[in-house]
Design a protein around this ligand. Structure first.
Ligand code: ASP
Length: 439
């Protein structure tokens, strides 16, 4: 059994939906996880935003605009009047549901229900299209098996038991379609796995069903060795280990949701990154197999804030770090990079929601400085264990860039460097030259 996930641009138009239908109709048994059509979740977030503010006029306008786009899609997607009619009914019912919230009180509960409509629509459209083409498929609702626990984490046991049951109900079927991103929470309410969460769905489903492979189909031919938005001539990587891919996904490679590596790694299921627009390209295979020594790739993550806490009390003291970290824990803010000296500790965060509270509390323990508009550049590979020469290559590439923090040796797969975002492009280009071009 295979799990194939298609992102928003992969199902972003009638033409694309047809192309995906073609790809999933092969000789394998496939569970197909779909995102919402490109742009839909953003529009639904915008609609929810208006509804929170009780701006019903703008909400209605945005709803009608989005609904209109879907009528255009079905017109192109279906050939027969019967299916055009069915598609129309489907769209009407989902958008009437969204419109029903414009009268009532609006809370997080309603917002989650609205956000779920994108994936419910894309999967239902795919299912109808396959039916019109006389290709047999089953729609299995993610809300029947995808569930988070009381800490908001996926409930692996529940997911595994329920996805198995859903699939076993149809022993002769080859194509199963389901929604990415959406789930139920521990109260049974509609919820989601956060933005970009469809990759996570695919990985949880793949792990739950013990699939042969998890395929993530996007609009780029695999993970690249550098960020193609800033650097010319980047190359797709043929293979990566789970740990290398996790570092890259977390530190900026947009192609894969960072959380999605873990379930696949634990269940030891290979993840293949493929391009819907160029299905014949090999893409990248992420697996437990070591892909050899050396530096493989560079990625960058923006919107980083650095916090430095300087304190004489740190000198020869123990327990200081615990107090500092407890503050971040209290405000549920995760730390990306850490460096310490005997009198100061610097950390970086990317979520600044509680920054003021954190800084207030840290001031009890020392002098606090905050810097923003920073980027983490992450150099990934398998090189630290045999590290001769690699550090020199990295730092000589960055001789003209001011480096704010360095994290080396935390894992053997990653060197992280903190730079001003305004220096990011120069750093990426120059690292590319030193590490991949002049070798
Ligand atoms: N549709 C959701 C989003 O745009 C989930 C996903 O596409 O992965 O975030």
């Amino acid at each position: 059994m295979f799990v194939l996930k298609f992102g928003g641009t992969s199902v972003g138009s009638a033409k694309q939906i047809k192309a995906v239908a073609n790809l999933i109709n092969n000789n394998n048994r496939n569970i197909v996880v779909l995102s919402a059509m490109a742009g839909t979740t953003n529009s639904l977030v915008e609609i929810a935003g208006y509804l929170y503010k009780k701006n019903h006029d703008s909400a209605n306008e945005a709803i009608i605009n989005l609904e209109q786009k879907y009528y255009e899609v079905i017109d192109e997607l279906f050939n027969s009047e019967t299916y055009k009619e069915k598609g129309s009914e489907l769209i009407k019912s989902h958008f009437n549901y969204i419109k029903s919230f414009t009268q009532d009180m609006f809370t997080l509960f309603e917002e989650k229900a609205i956000l779920a409509q994108g994936e419910l629509l894309s999967t239902a459209l795919m299912h109808y299209y396959l039916k019109e083409q006389k290709i047999n498929s089953v729609l299995i609702p993610a809300l029947n098996f995808m569930r988070t626990d009381k800490d908001g984490e996926p409930d692996l046991f529940y997911i595994q038991e329920n996805i198995k049951r859903e699939v076993e109900n149809f022993p002769d079927n080859k194509i199963f379609i389901t929604q990415g991103f959406i789930c139920r929470n521990s109260f049974g309410e509609i919820d989601n796995l956060k933005r970009g969460g469809s990759d996570y769905t695919a990985s949880l489903v793949g792990a739950g069903i013990k699939s042969d492979e998890i395929q993530i189909w996007t609009d780029i031919d695999g993970m690249h060795n550098n960020d193609p938005r800033y650097v010319d001539n980047t190359k797709p990587l043929a293979s990566l280990s789970f740990d290398e891919a996790a570092e890259l996904a977390y530190f900026g490679a947009k192609i894969l949701h960072p959380a999605s590596i873990q379930p696949a790694k634990v269940a030891n299921i290979p993840v293949r990154l493929k391009n819907t627009m160029q299905p014949e390209a090999d893409g990248t295979l992420v697996s437990s197999i070591s892909t050899g020594m050396g530096i493989k790739a560079i990625a960058a993550k923006d919107n980083i804030t650095a916090i430095k806490i300087k304190s004489g009390r740190m000198l020869l003291a123990h327990g200081f770090m615990r107090k500092v970290f407890e503050i971040f824990e209290t405000y549920q803010t995760s730390i990306d990079m850490i460096t310490t000296s005997e009198v100061a500790v610097s950390v970086t965060i990317d979520d600044t929601k509680y920054l003021n509270d954190i800084v207030d509390e840290l001031k009890k323990y020392g002098t606090v400085e905050v810097d923003s508009d920073l980027s983490i550049i992450c150099v990934v590979g398998d090189f630290i264990a045999e590290s001769k020469g690699y550090a020199l290559k990295i730092f000589s590439a960055l001789k003209d860039v001011s480096i704010r923090m360095i994290s080396y040796g935390g894992s053997k797969h990653n060197v992280s460097l903190l730079v001003n975002t305004s220096d990011k492009k120069e750093a990426l280009v120059s690292l590319n030259k030193n590490l991949f071009e002049n070798v």
